[in-house]
Design a protein around this ligand. Sequence first.
Ligand SMILES: C[S@@+](CC[C@H](N)C(=O)[O-])C[C@H]1O[C@@H](n2cnc3c(N)ncnc32)[C@H](O)[C@@H]1O
Length: 391
Amino acid sequence: MVHGGEDESIARWSARRWQLENARSFEEWRRSEVSASLSNLRSLCRAVNDTVWQIGREPSATASQLRATREACNDLTFDSSAEVAAYTLQHLADRYGRVTQVLEALFAAGNLPIRQRGLTVLEVGAGPAPALYAIRDFYADLISWAAAATPDVRIAPVVVADALDRGKAWSHLLHNLSENILVRRGEKYSHSGSLPFAVRHLDLNGFSTIAEHVRELEQEVARIVDEYDRGDDYISESLAREQAQSDGVRQPSAYDLIVTCNFLTSRDSVEAFKVEISNLARSLTPGGLFVAIGSFEGNKYKYIWSELEKLLKRSSLVRLPLFGDPVRANGDVDWAHAIRAQQGEMLREFEAQGVLPICEPIYGSDEPFPEFKVLVWKNSNPPQKGRKRKI
Ligand SMILES: C[S@@+](CC[C@H](N)C(=O)[O-])C[C@H]1O[C@@H](n2cnc3c(N)ncnc32)[C@H](O)[C@@H]1O
């Protein structure tokens, strides 16, 4: 991770120790004007409302979905622009804030994966992908801070930001939202890290990272064999596979961060996806994290969280002893105000147009956000260091 030099201390550099040693300095930076943390939240909020206007062309249709996308998400397919626009307007910035809090706490505890060759992230049940946007922005800010504070440490940005969601209207929303973020920030290209421009994987049912990786690899093998054949040449499948493996394919065989945010929301969800969740637990790079974020209140969630704990106890992941208590979402006053302002601005616009249902609340900027629950597991297995990975 540290570049240059052969000296002993550099050879034994530890990401964990580096984070612990620098936790306070980074926290101070995050609260200062130099950090892009608050300005990124504000530009994300503006981009959210731009996007809601653009894709929810019928404000009355979007407004009519506000209640369902707040209270009955499990009954929705997210196949319509109105549903995804209403959901995004109410939840994205809030969830982006929650994921950011989790990342800050993980850094302070020395547990964030720090990569030199690019960070790979998967959000499961992504919807408007709050985790992908939050992680991208957090690492970009971390890189800026590290460049000034610890210039011998090189940290890579997010290079793979994969969204997994079955809702057919999410890709269109993600494309618009990522473009609007770039416009609002005056970024020509996404040089601060990859943004999601579409859903990459459609259904968690039967999903396996390794199987997807192997499928892409085999496609590449077939392509190479075919290319040789068309040039009246020959390459064996095993040589073509070696070439494909060394060139790599787009789909990683494992991710550095896998996040589910408000995805496990029905009583049977852990049981229903137990095979897929167990596969995800085997799809982390060494030091990689599986982060589950969601509601805290009520017996249903108590049951869901304990089922998830039971399931992952059988995996090789280690549960991190963090976030014992529920966490207050967006406890920072400036963050809470920015998020409430984004939501209020849009709802008041609907009200002015006469399409806001009478029962819809418009919260003031001081209305607190609820508490939420976080569980984090880490792949503490050592890296394979030079040994070839079996696939
Ligand atoms: C409540 S939303 C959460 C969105 C976002 N992660 C957040 O925190 O706001 C749950 C999402 O899970 C998706 N979903 C539900 N079942 C799924 C499945 N079997 N495979 C993939 N996505 C699924 C839904 O389409 C929906 O977008």
